[in-house]
Design a protein around this ligand. Structure first.
Ligand code: ZN
Length: 191
């Protein structure tokens, strides 16, 4: 059975008429989370935060990185969340043991070439692969940096607290990196 067939079979077992009460589009808890796409966070981060379906907007990318501070997809989603969908607080949540920390850009480049992406395409479109990916040294530093980027974005109102947290994908523990109410940073204690 292919992945697609297996997913469609699971879906036929999952859906039942009227099993799920309709929910509003706006998050019940008026918050947005920006986190990593790491598979260990699926069905784990939200329960660890006491959140359920319908409670929060969740934006994900590889490493919860912002490489385009003004017009990137993450900022657009956050601005849409604040102005169209009732988001009142933002949580940037990195995690320990993140694959995007210390990623070896040269090895990725070699894999790309091996899979048929030409050196020319790489040179033209992603000459600095490390910068393009937004690779960081430590997830805590990245959370602190991303909180600052969102805080300083002129399209995000100043009355929206931007919190920074770090999550353990093994035991579900959260630490506060930046308290968005006071803007106090605890990164130095956590690193
Ligand atoms: Zn990650």
């Amino acid at each position: 059975m292919t992945q697609l067939e297996s997913i469609m079979a699971a879906n036929r077992r999952f859906t039942k008429p009227n099993a799920f009460p309709p929910l509003p589009k706006s998050p019940k808890k008026q918050l947005a989370i920006f986190t990593c796409m790491d598979t260990r966070l699926v069905d784990f981060l939200e329960p660890a935060m006491g959140l359920k379906r319908g409670d929060a907007k969740v934006i994900k990318n590889a490493g919860n990185i912002i490489v385009d501070p003004m017009a990137g997809a993450v900022i657009r989603s956050l601005v849409a969340g604040v102005f169209m969908l009732g988001v009142e607080e933002i949580f940037v949540i990195g995690h320990r043991d993140c694959g995007m920390a210390q990623l070896d850009a040269e090895s990725v480049k070699r894999d790309m070439i091996q899979r048929g992406i030409s050196q020319d395409v790489i040179d033209i479109h992603v000459p600095d692969l490390k910068q393009w990916f937004g690779i960081f040294a430590h997830p805590v530093e990245n959370v602190e940096r991303v909180v600052k980027i969102i805080r300083h974005n002129p399209l995000i109102p100043k009355d929206v607290p931007i919190h920074g947290l770090i999550f353990c994908p093994n035991d579900g523990h959260l630490d506060v990196v930046v308290d968005g109410y006071s803007q106090e940073s605890f990164a130095a204690h956590i690193l």
